[in-house]
Design a binder for this molecule. Structure first.
Ligand SMILES: *Cc1c(COP(=O)(O)O)cnc(C)c1O
Length: 374
C-alpha cells in the first residue's frame, strides 16, 4: 500500500498483554492499574446521572469547563496552592496518552523539534514521537538508582540540531523503575532554558505524594501530566489532564479533537473527584501491600528489587547478564503467566504492580516457584 508513510509501514502496533485465559481469570499485575474497581455506590451514582441527566443524542461538553474547574480545585487542594491553579491552567485528554500526542504536535512536528528521554521509561513518548516522524534521542540512567545521566543529557541537547531538542520527558516517579526525580535531576530541569519544554509526568502522584506543581508558576516551560487511570481507578474511562501555563494550554486546546472525551467519561471523572476522599482511602492499603511485597521479594538472593515511590515494583534477576536479560525476564514473565499472574517484562527487568492482598500473596508464591524450579 504505497499511500502509507514508509516509516509507519515499518512500525508494529502497540500490543498490551493478552489477559484472556481459557480457564480462570488471571491476576492482572502488568498495567499498574488499581486492583480496586469503583465502589458500587459510586457506580450507582454515575448510572443514575446517566439515566436522568445525560442526553445521548447531544454532543458532550466540548469545553470540559466543569471538569477543568474540579481538577483545578483538586490540584490546589493537594498541593496547598491556594487557588494558584485555575481552569485556564488545565487541559483534559482522552487519557494522558492523548495529551502526550498533543504536546508533540504543539512543539515538534514538521521537522521543528526532537525529544529527549532517559531509558528505560514510559514507552508511549517514543512510540508517539515515531508515529509523528519526530526524532527521539535517548540517554541512559544510573544502574543503581536510575537517575538520568545528566552529563549525557546535557551533551545530547548541545549536540542535537536539525532539529534541536524541544521537549524533555521525565516521569516522577518513573515507570518502570519506580524512582522519583532526585534533587540533582530537579535542579537540572530548573536550569533548562525556557525554549525547551519540560514534561513532568506525575501519573503516580497519589502514591508518591511528591509533585512539582508548586513550582509551575516559576516555570512557564513546564507541564505536569496526571491521569485518572491509576489511583482514581478509572482506567476504563480514559481521562487524563495536564497543568501548565495558560498559553501552552491554549495551544493544546487548538490541537485537541473537538469532542475528545465522551460525556460518560467526563461524568465519571467528576464523580470520582467528588468522592476523592473515599476513593483515595485505598492508597494507604496499596502502600502497605507494596511494602509487604517488597519485603517478600527482597528475601530472594537472586532477585534485585528496587524501592518504589509508586504502586509497582521493579526487579531484575541478578543472574541475568545484559545479553540474556531479555530472554530470562521473558521466561520469568511466561512462568508467572502460566501460573496465573500477569507481570510485564520491560526495560531490561520486570515490572509488577501491587494488587489486592490475595493477588500479592499469589504473586509471591509464584515467583518463589519460578526461582525454585529445576
Ligand atoms: C499509566 C501511565 C499514564 C496514564 O496514561 P493514560 O493514557 O492516562 O491512561 C501516563 N504516564 C505514565 C508514565 C503511566 O505509567
Amino acid at each position: 500500500m504505497e499511500f502509507i508513510r514508509s516509516d509507519i509501514a515499518k512500525l508494529s502496533a502497540y500490543a498490551p498483554e493478552v489477559f484472556e485465559s481459557p480457564t480462570e481469570p488471571l491476576d492482572k499485575l502488568d498495567a499498574n492499574e488499581s486492583p480496586f474497581d469503583l465502589p458500587l455506590e459510586i457506580k450507582e451514582k454515575l448510572a443514575w446521572h446517566y439515566q436522568h441527566f445525560l442526553a445521548t443524542n447531544r454532543y458532550p461538553s466540548g469545553s470540559h469547563a466543569d471538569l477543568q474547574e474540579a481538577i483545578a480545585n483538586y490540584v490546589n487542594e493537594s498541593a496547598s496552592l491556594d487557588a494558584a491553579i485555575t481552569p485556564a491552567h488545565i487541559s483534559v485528554g482522552n487519557g494522558s496518552d492523548e495529551l502526550i500526542r498533543s504536546l508533540l504536535i504543539a512543539t515538534c512536528i514538521g521537522g521543528e523539534g526532537a525529544i529527549l528521554i532517559a531509558q528505560p521509561t514510559f514507552s508511549v513518548y517514543g512510540i508517539m514521537a515515531q508515529t509523528l516522524g519526530i526524532p527521539a534521542v535517548s540517554v541512559g540512567r544510573s544502574l543503581t538508582d536510575f537517575a538520568m545521566n545528566l552529563s549525557e543529557a546535557e551533551e545530547a541537547i548541545a549536540q542535537t540540531d536539525n532539529p534541536p531538542i524541544r521537549v524533555v520527558f521525565v516521569v516522577h516517579p518513573n515507570s518502570p523503575t519506580a524512582n522519583p526525580l532526585t534533587s540533582a535531576e530537579l535542579d537540572w530541569l530548573r536550569r533548562l532554558p525556557e525554549h525547551i519544554l519540560v514534561v513532568i509526568d506525575e501519573a503516580y502522584f497519589e502514591f508518591s505524594q511528591t509533585s512539582v506543581v508548586g513550582e509551575l508558576p516559576q516555570h512557564p516551560n513546564w507541564v505536569v501530566l496526571r491521569t485518572f487511570s491509576k489511583a482514581f481507578r478509572l482506567a476504563a474511562h480514559r481521562v487524563g489532564y495536564c497543568i501548565a501555563h495558560p498559553q501552552l494550554i491554549a495551544a493544546l486546546e487548538k490541537i485537541r479533537l473537538p469532542y475528545n472525551l465522551t460525556a460518560f467519561s467526563q461524568a465519571a471523572a467528576l464523580v470520582a473527584l467528588n468522592h476523592r476522599q473515599l476513593l483515595l482511602q485505598s492508597i494507604p492499603t496499596i502502600l502497605s501491600e507494596r511494602e509487604r511485597l517488597f519485603q517478600a521479594l527482597s528475601q530472594h538472593p537472586t532477585l534485585q528489587v528496587w524501592q518504589s515511590a509508586a504502586n509497582f515494583l521493579y526487579l531484575r534477576l541478578k543472574t541475568a547478564t545484559p545479553e540474556i536479560a531479555q530472554e530470562q525476564h521473558s521466561q520469568f514473565t511466561q512462568a508467572l503467566k502460566a501460573q496465573g499472574t500477569l507481570v510485564r517484562s520491560t526495560g531490561g527487568g520486570i515490572r509488577i504492580n501491587v494488587g489486592s492482598r490475595e493477588e500479592n500473596t499469589r504473586a509471591q508464591e509464584r515467583v518463589e516457584a519460578f526461582l525454585n524450579r529445576e
